[in-house]
Design a protein around this ligand. Structure first.
Ligand code: ADP
Length: 528
């Protein structure tokens, strides 16, 4: 075909020359068009992927090869079961799973999870990155998206697979909010095409395609991508905690000869803030150091040196010092104890592993959504917000700058009490309440609640310290472990408080609530 076109073209040029026409401008134009076509196609996706002989098979990665991340793995497997049990799901008329979004810092194993997902579902695996789609030429990105989906179908058909997983790393480059780029037309067209492809996926398709996106900038994604029927499942892939780091170290030292003195437990303690990729690099560096010394086995000293190398070489984000971590543990435990005393059983985990912008967090069991709140419920939430700072004060002597967001949240809640007429100054309005009276009412609520919290936390100082030590040691504590330690500490009569019964947390709730709440039952239902 190509040869025929060239032949006809040449013949035509010769004919024009023979007729005495000036063909130079025409030749120049054709040359220009050819160069342009070359640019768009050569760098194009089509060549890159279509010419790949074997599909990018992820046969070797399974979920067992991924350390830590128990929650991410569980959520991912739950989502993938929709693909595995496609027939059953089709019968019930459930719409197919189209997209899973993995969010989290770089190097935490998102690519590995996507590969393991392909393996789990026995799918073809295609991998690319958001930046591959973006060119300055309008329409090229959209064309690449189309080709990618077509190719996934083709490869799955060729290999007799019923499904394909397309993995797009850095999906925020391609799926960023529309209308924000300077060359936005091209970006928008590319994203639109992706949405069209996702919307077009149906159960009737011979090949089921699931798009797995990865990003560490969830905030940049266009909302359209997150609508139902697109990226339905969002799975957080956080930095590993101590147990997770130990597992990852074990995985990456499986094939390495270790000396007797190597203490993986100790290493996992020392590597706070390391991602899976950092840990992999750590084990590799240690092995290289051993090689340089012609040692037969890798020793603890090699690992220690490698830790420094990774920290310096990779410029890890600033890690909190030991003192800071103790403070964070105390702060988070303060929140958790207060939440638990107002709503028993509500804490599901405490963690001091940094994630996103925060240094630690307490996760609560899914809360019921209330439309209405009583004053007692709002005050309970204020106490939970303030308990972090108060715990720092009680245990460490003073507060720190880490509580600014908590204070903001507490102030918002107090304003809400006043604005809705629930405070002692009663119904408020622009023309009946002075700014001063309003502000005084708000700060009075905050002061009162801070006092109640201070008393409650003070009474449970020993329990708090004991739990905080466990949090510091393990970096994250599940809700049940938290309650077990709390009960144990209080049972051992460690605190000056009154909680000697078998329900120490609830007892503390009663003592914390005796000031202003009429009904502790209402508080324990508080939405914290
Ligand atoms: P991401 O996609 O999140 O940036 P990757 O999945 O590409 O991270 O991880 C890069 C490398 O780091 C992997 O090839 C693996 O060697 C190591 N790694 C990262 N997370 C883990 C983990 N959870 N378990 C084992 N190895 C990991």
């Amino acid at each position: 075909m190509k040869e025929l076109a060239i032949g006809v073209g040449l013949g035509f040029v010769l004919f024009l020359l023979w007729q005495g026409y000036n063909v130079l401008p025409g030749l120049f134009l054709v040359g220009l068009l050819l160069v342009l076509a070359q640019q768009t196609n050569l760098r194009g996706f089509s060549r890159k992927y279509v010419s790949v002989g074997a599909p990018v098979v992820a046969a070797l990665v399974t979920f067992q090869d991924i350390g830590g991340q128990p929650t991410a793995k569980k959520e991912l497997v739950e989502a993938l079961d929709f693909v595995v049990a496609a027939d059953k799901i089709k019968k019930l008329g459930i719409r197919p799973l189209k997209g899973i979004l993995l969010t989290g810092p770089p190097g935490t194993g998102k690519t590995l999870l996507a590969k393991a997902a392909a393996n789990y579902t026995n799918s073809i695996f295609l991998s690319t990155s958001g930046s591959e789609f973006v060119e300055i030429y309008a329409g090229v990105g959209a064309q690449r998206v189309r080709q990618l989906f077509d190719q996934a179908r083709e490869l799955a058909k060729r290999d007799n697979k019923a499904s394909a997983i397309i993995f797009i790393d850095e999906i925020e480059v391609l799926g960023g909010k529309r209308g924000q780029h300077s060359s936005h037309l091209e970006y928008d067209q590319t994203l639109n095409q992706l949405l069209v492809e996702m919307d077009g996926l149906a159960y009737d398709d011979a090949i089921q395609i699931v798009l797995v996106g990865a990003t560490n900038r969830f905030d940049l994604l266009d909302n359209a991508l997150l609508r139902p029927g697109r990226f339905d499942r969002i799975v957080n892939v956080d930095l590993p905690d101590r147990d997770g780091r130990r597992q990852i170290l074990e995985l990456h030292t499986r094939n390495k000869p270790l000396a007797e003195d190597v203490d993986l437990d100790g290493l996992s303690r020392e590597t706070f803030g390391f991602s899976g990729a950092h840990l992999e690099s750590l084990t590799n560096e240690a092995a290289i150091l051993a090689l340089r010394e012609s040692a037969e086995v890798i020793t603890q000293r090699h690992f220690e040196e490698a830790i420094n190398k990774v920290i310096m070489g990779e410029k890890l984000e600033r890690r909190p010092s030991d003192d800071e971590r103790w403070r964070i543990a105390v702060h988070e435990t303060g929140h958790a104890l207060q939440a638990e005393s107002d709503r028993a059983g509500s804490v599901s985990s405490i963690s001091i592993t940094s994630r996103g912008g925060s240094l630690g967090h307490v996760r609560h069991t899914p809360k019921e959504d209330f439309y209405l709140y009583t004053r007692a419920q709002l005050e309970s939430q204020i106490r939970v917000a303030l308990a972090g700072a108060v715990a720092e004060e009680v245990v460490l002597g003073e507060k720190s700058t880490g509580s600014a967001n908590d204070f903001e949240a507490a102030a918002d809640l107090a304003r809400r009490i006043v604005q809705t007429g629930l405070s002692p100054i009663g119904i408020v309005g622009d023309d009946i309440t002075s700014d001063r009276a309003y502000q005084r009412a708000v700060s009075e609520i905050l002061r009162e609640q801070e006092e109640v919290t201070r008393q409650a936390v003070g009474e449970r100082k020993n329990t708090l310290e004991k739990i905080a030590r466990a949090v510091l040691d393990k970096e994250s504590l599940g809700g049940d472990d938290f309650r077990r330690i709390a009960a144990g500490a209080a049972g051992a009569a460690g605190d000056e408080g009154t909680e000697a019964g078998d329900q120490p947390v609830a007892a503390a709730a009663a003592s914390a609530n005796d000031q202003s709440q009429a009904a502790p039952a209402a508080t324990s239902a508080g939405d914290v």
